[in-house]
Structure formats: C-alpha cells, structure tokens
Ligand binder design. Structure first.
Ligand code: FMN
Ligand code: FE2
Ligand code: FE2
Length: 408
C-alpha cells in the first residue's frame, strides 16, 4: 500500500498484511489485517505509530514518498505492542532528531520493549503540542485499550482522532482505505462483523475502561476515527463509538440472578449433570443459560457464550476427566474466558469421572486465577449418573445460590 493523502497535512503511511491467518496466537483472521500509521506534515512532521518490524521497508518507502525521514520531529507511540511500535528503532536510525511521545504509563513498556536508552516526552490529558500556527496535537490517555500504556492522539484542526487498537478491526479491505469506501454488504457482512469480534476478543474484558475512554472523547468533534488496524473510519463514526459503549454495558440484572452452565461430555454423563443442575437452579428462580462446548468451537460461537457470562452472576463449568486432564474443548474455553471480567462472579465445577477427577482440579485452579468466588466442593459423579448419584446436586445448588446472593 503506498502513502495515501488524507488531507493537505495528513497521510496514511501504514501497510497491509492480508495473508496473516492468526493474530497474537489468539485470534484467527479471515480478512488479514493492516498496521496503520500516519504522517502529519507542516512546520513539524509527526509519525503516529509505526508498523510491525518485518514491514519496515515498505513503511519507510511510504514516508519517503512524502518527506525525507530525517525531517521527522516527533514519533508518537500510542501503545508499545510490537505490531505498532516494532519499527521504532529502525525509524529512529533515519530520524535521529525525532522526539518520542508516549503516555505517562508507557515508560516501563518502552524501556523493556526496546532495551535502549531512549529520550521521550510523556503526554497526558493536559498536554498540547503545537506543530504550527494551525496544527495542534492533544492526547487522551486510554488505559487498557488495549494495554495499560495506550493513549489516543487528537489532531484538533483536522478533527482526527487516532485511537490505536481501539475501534480497530482485523480487516484488510479489498478496495480503498476508508469505511465509506465499502458497499453496504461488505460493510455490514464482512467488516462490521470483524469490528465486533475484535471488540469481543480484545476489548470486552476491559469494558469499564472502554466506557471511560468513550466518555472522554464524547466532547471532541470527530470527522475521522483513525485506528491502527483496519479501515479508517469516515462513515458511521457515531455508530462505532455507540457500539463500543453499548457492548460494554453488561452488568448482571439486579432483579434476577443468572447462571451460565457450560460443559463438554463424551458419553453424556457430564451433560446429564449439567441439565440436572439447571433444573434445580430454575426451581430456585435463577435464570439459566446452558451451552455445550463442541470440539472445534468457532471464535464467534465462543464470543456468544462469553456475552452471556458477562451478564451473569455465576459460571459453572463441567467436564469429564480424560487422561488426567479436562476435555480439549474445555481447555480452549478456559483460555477464551480471559476475554471476560470474571472477578467476583460465583464459580462452580462439576463433572463425571472414572477413577480420579484430576480434570476438575484444573478447572478450579483456572477459575481461581480469574479471581472467581469458587463455591466449596466440586460436584462429581463416578461414571454414569443415577438418581442417587444426582442427589448431592441439591447441596451444590444451595451453596451456589447462597454465593450468588452474597450469603457465603
Ligand atoms: C480416553 C479416556 C481417558 C480417560 N481418562 C480418565 C482419567 O484420567 N481419570 C478419570 O477419572 N477418568 C478417566 N476417564 C473416564 C471418564 O472420565 C468417564 O468415562 C466419564 O464418565 C465420562 O463422562 P462424559 O460422558 O461426561 O464424558 C477416561 C475416559 C476416556 C474415554
Ligand atoms: Fe495491542
Ligand atoms: Fe494492535
């Protein structure tokens, strides 16, 4: 992708990575991604974010199409993850006079990512950098979108807000650069779905931080929302911001307690336990959502279950024990739980086993690492459930309901 002029003083100098299949060993990608970087020109020249190091050659060529890199005055590093900051040292070799601008929280991140003595300016919500008579940069700290160091940059005269990972999508569009370049079908069916999945996987766990950041930018006039992955947003800006706010509001309902039960089961024994627990919870007036976790669950199916967990008071996980561990779908699911805030929610573990229920201990350990309030004693059944073997479920559910009501 060559340098592309956005306005008289603003250029896109980022690169595309259309064939990337997995991001951060976390997210499978259907449409590749982009590493967006921006160049502001004038009396002072500014680069906002860089690109992954392996794309440095293309990146610097893009900059050279517009200015001599030695004329760069500032490099704003909005977030130190190497998909955006990876080319910083190489860029500094060609722009030795450039000052690095980072957030107040970023010093440690910068030092330990580059292990070099770098001079930098720390910006916060009060910092303004005057680039010329009619060019001003302001900064908005946006911690945890997606690391503690993240900040946004606002180019006031252009009403352009650079947001790094926030409002991004792993989406390398076929034609054009802007959200407004897509036809409606591509926008809704391809891009916006990826925008949502990106939120679910990267941002949801920091929902409260997302809401704070959206509050901060509410008063800014925005003509362009410029994330560091995916299309530059010039159409439906308000919708993008509103979706982030709506998707983030997911507190459990005050009126009625809700429990999510997920399970995997080879021969149906753990499944029987799951539905028995559900029936007892319903008798106690608790709303329930039960999901079987199949062998190869897609990220979007996982995200649907995660959404239910976000608005629940309790999460129960069931797995039989296989070769001293949990079933593979539950392993995957335990990892995926990192995308939702579980702290303080009630957790419970159940499952069928043959001779030693080791798998259940693994689930307990993971849920306690996620800081869930685990109820005492897992609920386990040797091989196949019978009416007698199902009876202890009553006590399990009692403890669960007490914990959800804050009585235990
Ligand atoms: C391949 C295989 C390995 C197993 N390994 C263990 C084990 O390590 N420890 C154990 O207690 N049970 C083990 N079991 C027994 C299962 O946990 C038991 O059959 C259980 O009832 C299955 O429940 P499900 O139908 O809910 O999957 C194993 C079963 C299979 C098929
Ligand atoms: Fe990131
Ligand atoms: Fe990123």
């Amino acid at each position: 992708m060559p340098a592309i002029k956005i306005s008289d003083t603003l250029y896109s100098v980022g690169v595309k990575h259309p064939d990337l299949k997995v991001f951060d060993l976390l997210m499978p990608l259907m449409h590749g991604t982009t590493y967006n970087s921006f160049l502001i020109t004038g009396e002072k020249n500014v680069v906002i974010d860089t690109v992954k190091l392996k794309f440095f050659g293309e990146f610097i060529e893009n900059i050279k199409q517009v200015i001599d890199p030695s004329k760069i005055d500032y490099i704003v590093i909005q977030h130190n993850e190497l998909d955006h900051a990876g080319s910083l040292l190489k860029l500094l070799e060609l722009a030795p006079g450039a000052k690095i601008v980072i957030s107040k929280a970023a010093e440690n991140f910068l030092n330990n990512s580059f292990n070099s003595k770098l001079d930098f300016i720390k910006a916060d919500d009060t910092t303004e950098i005057k680039l010329g008579p009619s060019q001003t940069l302001k900064f908005v700290s946006a911690p945890f979108l997606h690391w503690p160091d993240t900040m946004f940059t606002y180019y006031a005269e252009e009403k352009a807000l650079f947001t790094c990972d926030a409002f991004g999508a792993h989406y390398c569009q076929k034609k054009g650069l802007y959200s407004g370049d897509m036809d409606r079908a591509e926008f809704e069916d391809d891009y916006f779905k990826q925008f949502k999945i990106y939120f679910e996987i990267i941002m949801r766990v920091y929902s409260t931080k997302v809401v704070s950041a959206c509050e901060k930018i509410k008063s800014l006039p925005i003509n362009l929302l410029l994330p560091s992955h995916g299309p530059l947003v010039n159409a439906d800006i308000a919708r993008h911001v509103k979706c982030y706010i709506d998707w983030s509001f997911s507190a459990p309902s005050a009126e009625c307690k809700k429990a999510v039960i997920v399970y995997s089961s080879m021969y149906g024994s753990t499944m029987k336990m799951a539905y028995h627990i559900e029936s007892l919870l319903k008798l106690r007036g608790v709303k329930t959502f039960v999901a079987e976790i199949p062998f190869a669950m897609s990220e979007s199916q996982m995200a649907d279950v995660i959404k239910e967990i976000a608005v629940s008071d309790a999460l129960l996980i069931g797995s039989s024990t296989i070769c001293s561990t949990v079933l593979k779908p539950i392993w995957d699911f335990l990892f995926f739980l990192a995308t939702v805030e579980l702290k303080g929610k009630t957790g419970g573990v159940f499952g069928s086993f043959g001779w030693d229920p080791q798998g259940l201990k693994i689930i307990e350990l993971v849920l306690s690492n996620y800081k869930m309030k685990l109820i005492k004693d897992m609920y386990k059944i040797k091989f196949v459930p019978s009416e007698d073997k199902l009876l202890p479920a009553q006590e399990f559910v009692d403890r669960l309901v007490k914990s959800m009501n804050g009585e235990e």
